[in-house]
Design a protein around this ligand. Structure first.
Ligand SMILES: Nc1ncnc2c1ncn2[C@@H]1O[C@H](COP(=O)(O)OP(=O)(O)O)[C@@H](O)[C@H]1O
Ligand SMILES: [Mg+2]
Length: 247
């Protein structure tokens, strides 16, 4: 669905992303993990067409992305950030707003808002303003808003990192269930390996702006990949003597 070819992104004379070849398939659910500053958000911004690379090419469904078609293609994607970025209007209108911009009629908007508020367990919040919502509730609104767009790809950049532990688990479980229902193509960024199994068994490790691994979570946990960034992720599991899938 999305392909990156020979991507380099330079900021302040520093190369912050370098991806020779990357492919996100239709229906793929990819977790992207890496330490702070490793380039996760930059990768998402390039994939979501929010930031043009210094060099290289991005393809969406085989079509090369250019300055001309980039906006139209971007409208087929949705992004959820760590901060929910809600407007000071009702929850209903927050979820509806993005659809308005995309020209979806009022009847269909209402149907989708009702559906997604219900799926994320926040139907009772529809007339509330974001200011008095909890962090977990606000992020549920933000997820409903993204899914209501029925985008071809959803990017989530550490959406639960600002939430407390139990709220984080609740949201991971909700999101995992919704993803199992929809078959959506998603990229989920996290710095916490524990979040991944709730959502997918498919993971990319990014380190120093480069993709050090892409493949099954099981082979990552099996410890066969020697890259230091991958080995670092496994340290907590090794400490407690956890060996994965060793039959
Ligand atoms: N606009 C920018 N200008 C200069 N450096 C940047 C810019 N955006 C990101 N960086 C740097 O690029 C690196 C990767 O950033 P980022 O993609 O945000 O990492 P992550 O999301 O993994 O924490 C970091 O070292 C960061 O400081
Ligand atoms: Mg980031």
């Amino acid at each position: 669905m999305i392909r990156l070819k020979d991507i380099v992104l330079v900021r302040d004379k520093k190369t912050i992303l370098q991806v020779k070849d990357f492919h996100l398939a239709e229906g793929e659910r990819l977790a992207v993990i890496g330490p702070n500053g490793s380039g996760k958000s930059t990768l998402v911004k390039v994939l979501a067409l929010l930031e043009p690379p210094t060099s290289g090419e991005v393809f969406f469904r085989g079509e090369k992305v250019t300055t001309k078609n980039s906006l139209a293609i971007r409208r087929r994607m949705a992004v959820v950030f760590q901060e929910p970025l809600l407007l000071n209007i009702t929850v209903f209108n927050n979820v509806s707003q993005g659809m308005r911009f995309r020209g979806i009629d009022a009847v269909e908007r209402q149907r989708r808002v009702d559906y997604w508020l219900d799926r994320f367990g926040i139907a009772t919040l529809r007339n509330r303003k974001p200011l008095n919502l909890s962090g977990g509730e606000a992020q549920r609104v933000s997820l409903a808003r993204a899914f209501a767009l029925e985008p071809e790809v959803v990017f989530m950049d550490e959406p639960f990192s600002a939430l407390d532990f139990s709220t984080r688990l609740e949201l991971l479980e909700s999101l995992g269930a919704r993803l199992a229902e929809t078959g959506a193509t998603i990229v989920f960024v996290t710095h916490d390996i524990n979040e991944i199994p709730y959502l997918t068994d498919n993971v990319a490790v990014i380190d120093g702006g480069m993709i050090a691994f892409k493949g099954g979570l099981d082979s990552l946990l099996a410890g066969e990949i020697e890259a230091p960034s991958v080995q670092r992720l496994l340290r907590p599991f090794k400490k407690v003597g956890y060996t994965c899938f060793s039959t």
